[in-house]
Design a protein around this ligand. Structure first.
Ligand code: DX5
Ligand code: ZN
Length: 217
């Protein structure tokens, strides 16, 4: 079993962003980009110009993780960025029905996902599993890089995987927050398909080695 690895650019050196992209270009499966608005989460990250610049250098699809209120307002614009491959928004970031939002993402040719923070029961995702290409189960509270992995994530992933399997769906599971070679194997065993890792990759001496170790090769 192997997982896709999505380095989170939030942990990159923003003064040398192109170097950071090049560091992982040959090893990453996806580029995870965290968009924070200062409302849905108490932090602000980066926006369109930065995403578009990363897109120019990235050789792999962009995995855009929206941590913004009213995500529907910006979804089309993000989907239209060349290289956008996956886009997720948080279930509780909008009062609107997620179904049409997932439809807009899918119609743009981008894989659609719903994200949830650790305090939201994974069962809340279940009604949407057949509409999502993937679900993003946060293993820290969204908002900041460099936090500690929450151990309850294993059980949350396993319950979600069980439901996906029971219903014969192809929905993929992504985990984000505090992911490193220490927990990657167990996450993959529980059913994770995509591992997001920021600090573990970009603060490492040898990011390529860390990516290979997490992939389960
Ligand atoms: C947190 C972000 C994560 C973060 C992961 O809100 O969604 O993607 O960048 O960073 P690490 O791997 O350092 O926890
Ligand atoms: Zn993220």
């Amino acid at each position: 079993m192997a997982a896709l690895i999505a380095p989170s650019m939030l942990a990159a050196d923003f003064l040398h962003l192109e170097d950071a992209v090049q560091t992982v270009n040959a090893y990453a499966d996806l580029f995870h980009l965290d968009i924070m608005d200062g409302h849905f989460v108490p932090n602000i990250s980066f926006g369109f110009p930065v995403v578009e610049s990363i897109a120019q250098a990235a050789m792999r699809p962009l995995d855009i993780h929206l941590m913004i209120r009213h995500p529907q307002t910006y979804i089309e614009r993000f989907c239209n960025i060349p290289g956008a491959g996956m886009l997720s928004f948080h279930l509780d970031a909008t009062r609107e029905d997620p179904e049409p939002i997932l439809g807009i993402i899918g119609n743009a040719g981008v894989k659609a996902g719903i994200a949830i923070n650790p305090d939201i029961p994974v069962e809340k995702l279940f009604p949407y599993l057949d509409l999502c290409d993937f679900v993003l189960i946060m293993s820290v509270y969204a908002g900041f890089g460099g936090q500690s992995f929450m151990e309850e994530t294993y059980g949350r992933v396993a319950r979600t995987k069980e439901e996906i399997t029971r219903r014969g769906l192809a929905t993929r599971i992504e985990v984000d927050g505090g992911v490193s070679p220490k927990n990657a194997r167990q996450l993959i065993e529980c059913g994770v398909d995509i591992l997001v890792a920021g600090s573990a990759v970009f603060k490492a001496q040898n990011p390529a080695e860390v990516i290979a170790a997490m992939r389960g090769e």
